[in-house]
Write a protein that binds this ligand. Structure first.
Ligand code: SF4
Length: 262
């Protein structure tokens, strides 16, 4: 009778950090564990993310399992229209419905998750472990002392071109117009990707002020992307990479707050 090996699950988000974390996890665990690599397809990422995925797949020497939402066409715009909000107190509906839900259906008890947290994110890892003592996670980049820039350099040294969004100066390869972005980031999106920017403006036109992402610093009133004024453009604004797992953390924190308040 064959004994099932424990699963180590790497979530590959088409970013440099998750690519290097996956490579390290494979090197460390593939002899003793069943290492799985999963990715959630998102229609709103730059299409070069798929090229990067295929290049990395070759580098890993193993298939990246691509999960794809069917209900919303894997499309954040459909999520916003149908769920009627873009970002709430418990996080963004897009990552929950297009990533976390897929992972929930796919995961198995006993899975050990691989976090692509970098040295800059040691606090996030500690925080997660403190809040989820029964959830085994490993963070190979932190164990190896690697930061974001190290990951980019390692990818380039492997002969793989970084995703287009990085080459353009962005800090990650998230969706074009990620709802976690600030004003400077959206000015950059308006300049570089006017079509996608306009699509988000139209969603906000339809949904109204409840969907607005930014606030006026003087009046504290929310304003729409259409009313975003001129100012600094920040392609490299620090926005967390969008992963299955950061959303789990956010969600569980929110669940604990709800339970405490009952
Ligand atoms: S990258 Fe941003 S917009 Fe895309 S699913 Fe994640 S949080 Fe939503």
């Amino acid at each position: 009778m064959s004994v099932q090996r424990p699963r180590i699950v790497c979530q590959f988000s088409c970013g440099a950090a998750s690519a290097v974390a996956t490579k390290l996890a494979l090197a460390q665990y593939s002899a003793t564990h069943d290492v799985q690599i999963i990715n959630a397809f998102l229609a709103n990422e730059h299409k070069d993310n798929r090229r990067f995925l295929l290049d990395c797949q070759e580098w890993f020497g193993q298939e990246v399992v691509q999960l794809r939402d069917e209900k919303y066409g894997a499309d954040i715009i459909q999520i916003f229209r149908r769920e009627r909000f873009m970002k709430g107190r418990n996080g963004a509906p897009c990552t929950k419905l297009l990533k976390r839900r897929l992972l929930d259906a796919w995961k198995q008890p006993g899975d050990v998750m691989v976090f692509g947290y970098t040295m800059e994110e040691v606090d996030r890892l500690e925080d997660f472990r403190e809040r989820n003592p029964d959830r085994p996670v490993i963070a190979p980049l932190i164990d190896s002392g690697l930061g974001k820039e190290d990951c980019k350099a390692l990818i380039m040294r492997a002969g793989i071109e970084l995703p287009y969004m990085y080459l353009k100066g962005y800090d990650n390869a998230n969706c074009i117009g990620c709802v976690k972005g600030g004003e400077g980031y959206y000015r950059a999106i308006r300049e570089d990707f006017p079509e996608q920017f306009e699509e988000l403006c139209k969603v906000q036109d339809e949904l109204g002020p409840g969907s607005y992402l930014h606030r006026n610093r003087t009046t504290n009133e929310r304003f729409s992307l259409r009313d975003l004024g001129d100012g600094p453009i920040r392609r490299n604004e620090k926005i967390p990479s969008c992963s299955f797992f950061c959303e789990i953390a956010e969600h569980e924190i929110a669940d604990q707050i709800i339970l405490r308040n009952r």
